[in-house]
Design a protein around this ligand. Structure first.
Ligand code: C5P
Length: 216
């Protein structure tokens, strides 16, 4: 089990996916589960303050992450892979994920997946709460400027409108919210391998993680 944690836009998904492919492991994007639940909550008319209701919604929803590459995200059998990638849903996911009821609803399922072993999981709290005993815990980070640049490119590549300044503000806000929340804040786990990806390509980041794993 390899867990990758870190702030928004550090490249966790790209790196985790490439690493899973490289090592022949499964890949679990925990953020996609928060996004799927946020989408369902938005459709139900819930807002960022409705943590208890969103938690209940999560308890009775079937959220599945497929095995493909990129993995499909399904909620109650509906493929929402694209719908969960908008900035609005990312923002609501971040706000709702601060509520303990929402985290409880998803953490159990994430732990079940991890208990089967052989996986690379990524997301905020994966190294501290979901898989603190992972074989390797990585805290992947990058400067705010670089993270905003990558997230803007990512949105543009998906044909979604992105204003670089707004993306930067959003990421800074999300960092603050994720770091300040009481339940599972963004922190560097004990024993985590701290990796700054500024100036590194995704492939180089993957190589550093593999080197760390194999002790080269
Ligand atoms: O990683 P991604 O941007 O898809 O995640 C959306 C939001 O869900 C994050 O901003 C974070 O607040 C929340 N999240 C979380 N714990 C995780 C994964 C994501 O709180 N394990």
């Amino acid at each position: 089990v390899i867990a990758i944690d870190g702030p928004a836009g550090a490249g966790k998904s790209t790196v985790a996916r490439a690493l899973a492919r490289r090592l022949g492991l499964r890949y679990l994007d925990t953020g996609a589960m928060y996004r799927a639940l946020a989408l369902k909550a938005a459709r139900a008319g819930l807002g960022p303050e409705d943590g208890a209701e969103a938690g209940r919604l999560g308890e009775c929803s079937r959220i599945t992450i497929g095995e493909g590459d990129p993995p499909r995200v399904l909620i109650d059998g509906e493929d929402v892979s694209e719908a969960v990638r908008t900035s609005e849903i990312g923002e609501l996911a971040s706000e709702l994920s601060a509520h303990a009821a929402v985290r409880r609803a998803l953490a159990g399922r994430q732990r079940e997946i991890v208990a089967r072993g052989g996986c690379v999981l990524e997301g905020r709290d994966t190294t501290t709460v979901i898989a603190p005993h992972a074989t390797l815990k990585v805290f992947l980070t990058a400067s705010l400027t670089e993270r905003a640049r990558r997230r803007t490119l990512e949105l543009e590549a998906k044909g979604l409108p992105a204003d670089p300044e707004e993306v930067r503000r959003q990421i800074a806000r999300r960092d603050e919210r994720d770091s300040m929340r009481e339940d599972s804040p963004l922190t560097v786990a004990d024993g985590a391998f701290l990796l700054d990806s500024d100036g590194l390509t995704a492939a180089e980041v993957v190589e550093r993680i593999v080197a760390r794993l194999t002790g080269r």
